[in-house]
Ligand binder design. Structure first.
Ligand SMILES: C[S@@+](CC[C@H](N)C(=O)[O-])C[C@H]1O[C@@H](n2cnc3c(N)ncnc32)[C@H](O)[C@@H]1O
Length: 196
């Protein structure tokens, strides 16, 4: 589900970039030289620039469902970053990759925007190599379905996940928790790896 004007304001600003920088600093995953990495739901590309800076992957792809976001990313990135990041309009439900070809996938605040988040997770797991990782930053309904957030933002209303549901589906997809920081009323930062 695409963002409404209010959430676009929240994510497309320098404070969000500062928060994302802190989150990325927290990730203790290493990325091998030669790795192929994807960011799903990249928005205007601020996260992809930070990922490039920290992990220096050989190939960084970044996609978003919203064509406007990709256009914004094309102006946000420097020419050098544009050369190193392949940006495209795409849908996490049908990633244009064969099975088990990616070393890592990053998703900042994307799963809770998917009406069928389980299918999104299965698709991420499908494209990961055995041993590959998936980083997720996610929010629980207490955070975005409260009185104020429901009036300001636009999220799918049904089939929502809390900690237990998310952990169960990660496990069903063969994704094991490796690094985790969770606030049960708020959300989770986690790195999971695909079982070999
Ligand atoms: C909360 S925003 C996060 C944007 C950026 N990752 C950040 O952290 O600032 C969620 C993003 O996911 C994108 N999105 C939603 N559904 C998607 C889908 N099915 N496939 C790909 N991207 C999607 C939205 O367009 C939006 O840019």
């Amino acid at each position: 589900m695409k963002l409404n004007w209010a959430e676009r304001l929240i994510v497309n600003n320098p404070v969000r970039v500062m928060i994302q920088r802190q989150i990325i600093a927290w990730i203790d995953q290493t990325v091998a030289p030669g790795a192929r990495v994807l960011e799903v739901g990249c928005g205007r590309g601020a996260g992809a620039c930070l990922l490039l800076e920290k992990f220096q992957p050989a190939a960084l792809h970044a996609l978003d469902l919203d064509r406007r976001m990709i256009h914004q990313a094309l102006t946000y990135l420097t020419p050098e970053q544009r050369r190193r990041i392949s940006l495209y309009v795409g849908d996490v439900f049908s990633l244009p990759y064969r099975d088990a070809v990616l070393d890592g996938v990053f998703g900042f605040g994307v799963l809770h925007h998917l009406p069928d988040w389980q299918a999104g997770l299965r698709e991420v797991a499908r494209v990961l190599k055995p041993g590959g990782f998936y980083f997720l930053e996610e929010f629980y309904p207490q955070f975005y379905q409260n009185f104020l957030a429901k009036r300001l933002f636009l999220h799918p209303e049904h089939n929502r996940f809390r900690s237990h549901d998310l952990r169960q589906v990660l496990e069903d997809c063969g994704l094991s928790l490796r690094q985790c920081l969770e606030q049960k009323q708020l959300g989770i930062l986690a790195v999971v790896t695909k079982e070999g």
